[in-house]
Write a protein that binds this ligand. Structure first.
Ligand SMILES: C[C@@](CO)(OP(=O)(O)O)[C@H](O)COP(=O)(O)OP(=O)(O)OC[C@H]1O[C@@H](n2ccc(N)nc2=O)[C@H](O)[C@@H]1O
Ligand SMILES: Nc1ncnc2c1ncn2[C@@H]1O[C@H](COP(=O)(O)OP(=O)(O)O)[C@@H](O)[C@H]1O
Length: 288
């Protein structure tokens, strides 16, 4: 059997600026991405037919809409692969919470199947495939904390100090598409052109999301008791940053019952890449 597991880590947008709107509706962004040592768990097993099977915590997402399935089919077609795969998902990350779970699942699938099917695509080629699935997929393929521009796909790697985060998921859902199509979204922040200082910069989606989702406003206010709070992506997850695990744990222990949360440390290299580099497949391909 040729099988291995990979984490699909969460991301945080440590700041997120919107610089304008393109003709195709997508927005020009400047955002600072960090990865967390926490995420979904995916197991990939090579199969002898071209079928792609996704099992586990797929919830109500139809197979053809699941980003894991879409990523697998995209790579299979691109590489004319004669192989297939069984992919099992253990969903840990909140869906639609701004921590990038779906994009990360897609990226880990591309990375894993590129190895399992011996497609030998470069990270750049995988990122070009990945961006067709979502603007956030390339950063997970690149696997390094990065300052992103464009729609989120133009990446400059950065080294960030390791921190601990308490991430809180309020009991209200925010649709990314709804925020990006809303007339009140702030879209005119001037470009920083490299002059960024993460702690003084915020998230341009935050004022609108706070207005539309009172739970997000409440969460940000509550977190302020402990440290400066921010929202990630288009929400609804909010986070606070600490130097130590103990401080992050303290916030989690006091979390009101109606909110979910987790703590995790940041990493400059995506755990998916660290794990992938440690996997050495035997030359002999066996099937299950
Ligand atoms: C805003 C960010 C910031 O990291 O995060 P999330 O809150 O989704 O995690 C991302 O750019 C989201 O990336 P992703 O979730 O992959 O986006 P897509 O599937 O490509 O697009 C979802 C929706 O957002 C809009 N969108 C996305 C990215 C962008 N730069 N401009 C946009 O206007 C698209 O038009 C689409 O309606
Ligand atoms: N494997 C998947 N995991 C999570 N969401 C998925 C997946 N496949 C498709 N989706 C869809 O993508 C949407 C955004 O997912 P997600 O990446 O979790 O949001 P966000 O980018 O806000 O963190 C979900 O609401 C869901 O409908």
């Amino acid at each position: 059997m040729t099988s291995f597991s990979l984490l699909a880590p969460a991301k945080l947008n440590l700041f997120l600026h919107i610089n304008g709107r393109r003709e195709d509706g997508y927005h020009e962004l400047e955002t600072l991405f960090t990865f967390l040592n926490y995420g979904d768990q995916l197991t990939f097993t090579l199969t002898e037919t071209t079928a792609i099977e996704v099992t586990g915590d797929t919830f109500a997402i139809p197979l053809k809409d699941n980003l894991i399935y879409k990523a697998a089919v995209l790579l299979q077609k691109h590489c004319n692969s004669v192989f297939g795969a069984k992919i099992n998902l253990t969903k840990i990350l909140p869906m639609g919470g701004g921590v990038g779970g779906g994009s990360s699942d897609a990226a880990s699938t591309l990375l894993a199947l590129n190895k399992l099917w011996r497609c030998q695509l470069s990270l750049q080629e995988l990122a070009q495939l990945g961006v067709q699935l979502g603007a956030d997929v390339p950063v997970f393929i690149n696997g390094k904390s990065a300052l992103a521009q464009g729609i989120g796909e133009k990446l400059v790697d950065v080294e960030l100090p390791q921190k601990w985060y308490c991430v809180v998921h309020p009991s209200e859902h925010v649709s990314t598409a709804k925020i990006f199509t809303h007339p009140d979204l702030k879209r005119d922040t001037p470009k920083l052109n490299g002059n960024w200082q993460q702690h003084t910069l915020g998230n341009d989606c935050e004022p609108l999301v706070k207005k539309l989702c009172p739970e997000v406003e409440k969460t940000l206010q509550w977190l302020l008791k402990y440290a400066p709070s921010k929202m990630t992506g288009t929400g609804s997850c909010c986070f606070v940053e600490f130097a130590t695990q103990k401080e992050a744990q303290h916030v989690l222990e006091n979390l009101p019952d109606s909110w979910d949360g987790f703590i995790a440390s940041s990493v400059n290299i995506s755990p998916a890449h660290t794990q992938l580099n440690a996997i050495h497949l035997s030359n002999e391909v066996t099937y299950k």
